[in-house]
Ligand binder design. Structure first.
Ligand SMILES: [Zn+2]
Length: 305
């Protein structure tokens, strides 16, 4: 059987909080319980929002929880050349075009509804510009974003936790951004290219990202990469019902670590996940022998300590 290769892929735009720790614990358990490898990737594409100090803080927090990894960390901020090659590979197949729309223009024309919390479907304004039209726009000093040409096709997956999911790429997702006009590479491109390059075959992440899985399947096909197994885990909810986020500063691991041992935090996360009947302290290692995806909850979880 193929060795499971999972990954921890935090976006270090602030201090790690309980919601990040919850996904990370399940990603680690999913790979380690199968005797697999765990790789660490720092998703710091948005450099201004992800200074290195946060990345080092996240690594300390993961280690504090008792989660380890097998590689030298991969930093997305250092992989621009690789992402450029991947876009070239797509462009060689006619799957990329420059989009000159400003934010204002996009808001004016994209009134289409956006199911599953997706970005609005791009209306295709720049899809069929002629070379002369492009030159005229460049001459005005417009710098284009690069968009993928979404195919007229339904992509389906069976998520390990959430079950069957499908999207009609052209109608529901539309032509999506691969590189922003300011040069930042898009999450969709980087995550697919990096998972492929790192040999990741098990992707465990928050349920909010399930909506982007179909376009990632298409990118994997276009780049000649295999499809990983997906497990989209529930989200932890703040007392007001919103998704727990970095705004809840008191739920950062740093703040919690002042009054709690890591085993207490892991015990609470494991309880929320459905892995133990009460929130008693436990190490990640101790959860391994009885871990099974069948036990893991599928619905979002109100998180109160
Ligand atoms: Zn455009």
């Amino acid at each position: 059987m193929e060795t499971v290769v999972g990954r921890l892929a935090p976006s270090p735009s602030g201090e790690m909080h309980l919601g990040n720790a919850f996904s990370a614990l399940l990603a680690w358990l999913g790979a380690r319980s199968a005797g697999g490898r765990v790789l660490l990737r720092l998703e710091d594409l948005d450099r201004p929002r992800c200074p290195a100090k946060y990345a080092y803080g996240v690594m300390e927090d993961l280690a504090w929880l008792g989660l380890d990894w097998d590689n030298d960390p991969v930093w997305q901020s250092q992989r621009d050349d690789f992402y450029a090659q991947q876009i070239q590979a797509l462009a060689d197949q006619g799957l990329v075009y420059p989009c000159y729309c400003s934010r204002k223009e996009l808001h004016a024309v994209t009134e289409a509804s956006a199911p599953h919390g997706r970005a609005p479907v791009y209306a295709g304004r720049c899809r069929d510009l002629t070379a002369a039209q492009r030159e005229a726009l460049e001459a005005q000093g417009r710098r284009p974003a690069l968009r993928a040409r979404a195919p007229e096709r339904v992509y389906r997956l069976t998520d390990g936790l959430q079950g069957p999911f499908a999207a009609d790429l052209a109608r529901e997702v539309g032509d999506f951004i691969l590189r922003r006009s300011d040069g930042l590479y898009a999450y969709q491109l980087a995550v697919v290219a990096d998972d492929g390059a790192m040999g990741v075959n098990q992707v465990v992440r928050g349920r909010d990202l399930l909506a982007s899985a179909p376009q990632q399947l298409w990118l994997q096909d276009a780049l000649g990469l295999p499809h990983p197994a997906y497990y989209h885990v529930p989200l932890l909810l703040a007392p007001d019902g919103r998704r727990l986020s970095k705004r809840e500063g008191d739920l950062s691991l740093r703040a919690l670590g002042r009054d709690h041992r890591p085993e207490e935090i892991v015990g609470r996360l494991a309880f929320w996940a459905g892995l133990q009947p009460e929130p008693r302290p436990v190490t990640p290692q101790a959860l391994l022998p009885r871990f099974s995806w069948d036990q893991v909850r599928r619905e979002d979880i109100p998180a109160a300590l």
